[in-house]
Write a protein of this length. Structure first.
Length: 291
């Protein structure tokens, strides 16, 4: 079977043809410019490759409510050229095959749950800490949607006592996780690129505190069996042990579980390199074919 997978990012689009077992047969990427230019390029690429379905994991916010007139569109986004841009429709019309649609983070969460670091669990949370912060939640084997898609990057956090940074979320300033802990927040707070701050322990103590606050809230609300932490900022290898330690400190011994007793295997790095979203898109496309 030939399944199309599309990871739609703000800078580039990654397109692939995969097998139903998520083996990548062919891939390419094209720069993200405007919908008028980029969408036809992508549609053409898949049209020439005879795919039986396409799974799309796209930057958000996007409309996922199938009963809404704008289902399959980007909605309000800081990438203004893409505001209200239809994504699903042009693919459906040109290819005439099932098109699955979800956020890039949800696709990544699904990929890691199906084939990566969270395989074997039914409940997991994937967190990406990069240009923004996103969380994809898998509950009983399914991606959580509900009213829209969870926006766990914007959960409220308490300021670290050592931190005087003003925050950078356009909606929540210094009150949300993304505003205080995304890559650009680190860089603005310290006036340097994040990868040039490796040797400053304060940077990573504060960063770990915020990420841990987010994880602890998710533990109490969702009780996941695994956390997978991806995104550019997590390439700082000193960060993960600090996050794990801070999570245990904040939990303060209240929940006692085998997973928390073995936290190095509870809060982990992704296992699918940079392919988790593409692989999740294959899963989504297969589910869409069954619908
Ligand atoms: P995106 O979120 O745009 O999909 P990334 O997850 O790679 O992409 O995030 C990019 C951000 O992550 C950069 O803006 C930078 O702040 C941060 N970042 C990228 N690489 C590193 C690194 N090696 N160490 C620390 N921070 C990094
Ligand atoms: Zn916010």
């Amino acid at each position: 079977m030939r399944i199309g997978a599309l990871e739609g990012g703000g800078t580039k689009m990654v397109l692939a043809v995969c097998t139903e077992t998520a083996e990548i047969l062919e891939r390419t990427s094209i720069p993200t410019t405007t919908p008028a230019e980029t969408i036809p390029q992508m549609v053409d690429w898949f049209a020439k490759r005879d795919v039986e379905a396409v799974g799309i994991g796209f930057f958000g916010p996007i409309q996922l409510d199938r009963s809404a007139p704008d289902y399959g569109n980007v909605t309000r986004t800081p990438k203004l050229a893409w505001t209200n841009a239809p994504v699903v429709k042009p693919f459906q019309e040109a290819l005439g095959v099932p098109i699955a649609f979800d956020t890039d983070v949800n696709a990544a969460a699904l990929g890691e749950a199906a084939f990566g670091a969270a395989r074997g669990t039914e409940n997991s949370v994937y967190i990406t800490i990069g240009t923004g912060i996103g969380m994809g939640v898998i509950s009983n084997g399914e991606v959580v949607h509900g009213m829209m898609h969870p926006e766990g990057g914007h959960i409220l956090i308490r300021r670290n006592p050592k931190d005087t940074y003003k925050g950078r979320c356009p909606f929540h300033g210094d009150r949300c996780l993304e505003g205080m802990a995304c890559g650009p927040a680190i860089e603005e707070r310290w006036g340097k690129k994040a990868y040039d701050l490796t040797d400053n322990p304060d940077v990573w103590e504060i960063e770990a505190d915020y990420i841990a606050q987010g994880i602890v809230d998710m533990i109490y609300i969702l009780s996941p069996e695994k956390f997978v932490l991806g995104g550019g900022v997590m390439h700082q290898e000193q960060l993960m042990p600090l996050v794990r330690a801070r999570v245990l400190e904040l939990l303060n011994g209240y929940p006692q579980t085998p997973q928390l007793a073995d936290i190095d295997h509870y809060i982990v790095r992704p296992e699918l390199n940079d392919n988790q979203a593409l692989i999740g898109c294959v899963q989504m496309a297969l589910s869409e074919m069954k619908r």
